[in-house]
Design a protein around this ligand. Sequence first.
Ligand SMILES: Cc1cc2nc3c(=O)[nH]c(=O)nc-3n(C[C@H](O)[C@H](O)[C@H](O)COP(=O)(O)OP(=O)(O)OC[C@H]3O[C@@H](n4cnc5c(N)ncnc54)[C@H](O)[C@@H]3O)c2cc1C
Length: 510
Amino acid sequence: MNRDKNILLLSEVSVWDLIVIGGGATGLGAALDAASRGMKVLLIEKYDFSKGTSSKSTKLIHGGVRYLKNAEFKLVRKALQERYILKKNAPHLVQNKDFIIPIYSWIHFIFYGIGLKLYDAISGKWSFGGTKFLNKKATIEHLNSINTKGLKGGVKYKDGQFDDARFAISLAHTIEIEGGAVLNYMEYLSPKIENKSITGIIALDKIDQKEFHLSSKYIINATGVFSNKLMMSIASKFKIKASRGTHIVVDRSFLDSQNAIMIPKTIDGRVLFVIPWNDKTLIGTTDEESNEIDIDLSTPLKDIDFILENVKHYLFKYPQKKDIKSVFTGLRPLVSNNDNSSTKELSRAHIIHKSGEGIIHVLGGKWTTYRLMGSEAIDYLLRDKILQFGKSTTSSIPLFGFKDDVDFQDPLHVYGTELKRLKTFGSMVSLSNHILISEAMILYAIQVEMAINLEDVLARRIRCLFIDANETIKIAPKVAQIMAKALKKDDTWTAKQLDLFLPLASKYIV
Ligand SMILES: Cc1cc2nc3c(=O)[nH]c(=O)nc-3n(C[C@H](O)[C@H](O)[C@H](O)COP(=O)(O)OP(=O)(O)OC[C@H]3O[C@@H](n4cnc5c(N)ncnc54)[C@H](O)[C@@H]3O)c2cc1C
């Protein structure tokens, strides 16, 4: 991916078939679907790909066991089918993981057992493997760190795990392979209006501060929690409500297992996951309505307290604030047509809607269903021209880096077939004893993966900031220097990068 080359395209292409605004899961999914049908597609992202919600998820590709409680069978079925497709098309990024619900009351064996057998039944031919009942001994063998006091056993089920930001980058690459173009740091400012109708958009290149007037036959709004700003006349019918979700990352020893724990009922009646991730343990999440919509939301202390309090009962050695290596908070975009419903009650289903001005809005949904949302959005906008561009083929398009025999214990598995090439970019020796980040990974990020700023490298191309924020702050100057040398930038650039990155990084520290 080459940003300079794509900027030149803005002057070369007189009319795009489609411009997608927003480079999270939703926008990337729609752009890939359109590009693979032969449309001339441009995707623009105000910051960096997946910087919004799409890098701050629980990192599950799942049907959503908990939606069964609300009888959302259709949503679960669709998501389970997507889970199968995503694993098939990106086996280097989606892994099959064992989740165990620890059982402390005999009645819960029946309750959760029935629920998960139903989950199996719905998954049908897309199954990742069946649910199993574990006795106490087997549960302890599966979860070294489980609190054994009062433990009766466990129910084990299968679901998918992935790295959200790495998946997003693989999608961006795949869009380009299919003939589309992607640009980060390109902000949608306003519609381009000619003869009283919208004929495109006005966008700002945030690197060179240059404005572009771009023409397009179709426009898709995929700006997640920021969608209300682009909703124009439909604002009264649907609204996006934001639900705040926080995760903490602690040392691996708190879980000490390859398997994940699913805590089925927190104090507020939700589920909480304790998952092995990148040689650490990821714990989350919360669900609180948020009126504050910010790309870099700070985490309220009460979210952290909630997670620590709820996880405490399940772990033999439980984490405290001082053990937190990183904390991050994202906002779920949830579709509401009734302002009184709480975000916990709102469905995770998506909506595709055309506003009076002709903009197509793709709202809500989940990471797991991004592909389906994309194909439905393009079907919707092409409904009269489907013969010209054909049907969606994304269910059988392998994603960039496709490799189906990766070792998920190797943190570099996320590069798939690209790992071989990456190793030619420089030294593979890690700059840190605590996180894996090498010169080769940094250079690959800026030369191949369109990483522009220090943050892009340290937060999303390589997940350092999400894994260990203090350690990331320590290595940041060295990483900035490596970037500056490769990009032929001076000391002022390096200092500015650090000035931008360090205040952001401090938000990941408790
Ligand atoms: C805590 C949490 C946990 C979750 N866990 C899971 C999970 O485990 N599995 C799952 O399937 N789903 C999960 N989800 C849901 C999933 O993460 C979201 O549904 C998905 O990431 C939303 O993607 P999006 O593209 O709609 O939004 P975003 O990722 O927020 O993307 C929107 C993008 O639009 C850009 N933008 C905004 N304004 C402009 C503009 N003017 N010009 C250009 N670009 C603009 C933003 O910068 C942003 O990058 C979780 C969500 C949260 C919050």
